[in-house]
Design a protein around this ligand. Structure first.
Ligand code: 2BA
Length: 109
C-alpha cells in the first residue's frame, strides 16, 4: 500500500476530492500553508493500493493546473530597509506537489 500526499491549490481541492471519491478512493483534506508564499493551500492524503497509485496521480495531474502568482518579497530581516527595493516576482504555483510514500502498516478499525 502507498500513501499519496499531494499539496494542491485551494481552488482545485474541492473538485479533486470529488473526482477521487467518485472513483472510490478515500481521501483526507488538510488545511496547509506554503512555506514560500505563506498562503493557504491544501494537502490531501490518499491511501491506495499499489496498482491504483498511477490512477490517483493521473487524476491529480488532470484536475490541478499551474497558475501564475505575483509575490512581493519582504525585505531581509535585520537588513538595511532604506536600500531595499521590493520588486514583484512571478512564480508558477502548482498544479500539484506529489509524494508517494510506502505504507509499512495499515489498519482500519
Ligand atoms: P510555497 O512554498 O508557498 O511555494 C509556492 C510557489 O513558490 C512554488 O510552487 C514555487 O513556484 C515558488 N517557490 C517556492 N519556494 C521557492 C524558492 N525558494 N525560490 C523561488 N521560488 C520558490 P510549487 O513548487 O508548485 O509549490 C507549491 C506548494 O507545494 C508550496 O507552496 C509548498 O506548500 C508545497 N511544496 C512544494 N515543494 C515542496 C517540497 N519539496 N516539500 C514540501 N512541500 C512542498
Amino acid at each position: 500500500m502507498k500513501l499519496v500526499v499531494a499539496v494542491v491549490q485551494d481552488k482545485d481541492a474541492g473538485r479533486l476530492i470529488e473526482e477521487l471519491v467518485d472513483r472510490g478512493y478515500r481521501a483526507t483534506k488538510l488545511a496547509s500553508t506554503g512555506g514560500f508564499l505563506k498562503e493557504g493551500n491544501t494537502t490531501l492524503l490518499v491511501g491506495a493500493e499499489d496498482p491504483q497509485v498511477d490512477e490517483v496521480v493521473a487524476i491529480i495531474k488532470r484536475v490541478c493546473r499551474p497558475r501564475e502568482q505575483v509575490v512581493t518579497p519582504l525585505g531581509p530581516i535585520g537588513g538595511a530597509v532604506d536600500t531595499y527595493v521590493p520588486y514583484p516576482v512571478e512564480v508558477i504555483v502548482g498544479g500539484a506537489t506529489i509524494f508517494v510514500l510506502n505504507v509499512e502498516r495499515f489498519e482500519h478499525v
